[in-house]
Design a protein around this ligand. Structure first.
Ligand SMILES: [Mn+2]
Length: 307
């Protein structure tokens, strides 16, 4: 049995990639299962419903030395907690390589594209594998989500080509309208606790001797975050303490206007923001302009300052 594992605080690409890859393996007569790590956000729930997919089964305890496949991540700190007790047999990803170590050779496919589902799409093309319309729906959704419908600088022509083919297979006629529906679903955060909003799309990175937590809220409704800034700040303080990290920042990304307003917790964060981006924190917030991609624009700049 292969267990396909996504990263903590999963986004639509992580969950879609795991479901898609597990289905692909089953279609090759392998036993495979996507396993649940954290809960889908509202965008992902919308997508799963649209594609008529069940939520993957919650597996909390894997037997030791299970065969696991990592999708949409490879860093230890973002993976399942007992990862070192399992054997990683494959990685399909589109992030920088950090600290992966294995006991044997593995299938590894990491490409500089906007989405893990784009990597999967290209693998499927090579294989002559034709996914079902439901699976194609998941893949289109993941690529639109990760690239903010091609607005993110992580977008490549390969992502656009994948969406064009997959949307036809999935019978999605109006991709623009569909993307907006997804983003609106993601932006509906009413009733969610501030701490859960901060950690919904949140990753911890090790840079030199420092640990940095970076949360991102991609939204079509940035005024929602503005109205609850004090609560978000309190939640960030608590998370910084609980996660024992050195810095925490929370970026509110206005998807439609491509603007990043980052909530800066204290002078320590304001200092690295100044060094990394040349931006002064005013009233606890820094204007990071059109830097909407954590992967391509936020993390590398912080890394240059800290590592
Ligand atoms: Mn991704």
């Amino acid at each position: 049995m292969y267990y396909v594992v996504w990263h903590q605080n999963p986004d639509t690409d992580a969950i879609a990639s795991a479901i898609v890859y597990a289905q692909y393996l089953r279609d090759q007569w392998e036993e495979a299962q996507a396993i649940m790590l954290g809960h889908p956000n509202r965008e992902t729930s919308f997508v799963l419903e649209y594609a008529a997919m069940d939520h993957p089964e919650l597996v909390t305890n894997l037997e030791e030395w299970s065969h696991i496949i990592l999708v949409d991540h490879n860093e230890l700190g973002q993976s399942i907690e007992d990862r070192h007790q399992h054997e990683i047999v494959a990685v399909v990803d589109h992030h920088k390589i950090a600290d992966i170590q294995t006991s044997g050779p593995l299938m590894m496919r990491i490409e500089p594209v906007g989405c893990t589902c784009t990597v999967l799409y290209e693998m499927f093309l090579t294989d002559g594998y034709h996914p079902s319309p439901e699976i194609a729906k998941l893949m289109v959704s993941a690529i639109l989500s990760d690239t903010l419908h091609f607005r993110s600088p992580t977008t490549t022509q390969r992502d656009r080509d994948a969406v064009e083919s997959l949307a036809a297979w999935a019978d999605i006629n109006d991709v623009e309208a569909y993307a907006l529906q997804m983003f609106d679903a993601k932006s509906d955060l009413a009733g969610i606790a501030p701490a859960d909003i901060v950690t919904m799309d949140y990753k911890i990175f090790e840079m030199g001797s420092k640990k940095v937590g970076v949360g991102v809220m991609e939204t079509t409704n940035p005024s929602f975050a503005r109205a609850m800034e004090d609560e978000l700040r309190q939640a960030m303080q608590q998370i910084k303490h609980d996660d024992e990290i050195d810095y925490i920042i929370f970026s509110v990304v206005d998807i439609l206007h491509e603007v990043n307003t980052t909530i800066v917790l204290s002078d320590a964060e304001a200092d690295i923001i100044q060094k990394a981006f040349g931006q002064t924190t005013v009233g606890g917030k820094a204007d990071l302009g059109s830097r909407v991609s954590r992967k391509k624009q936020i993390i590398p700049a912080l890394h240059d300052v800290l590592a």
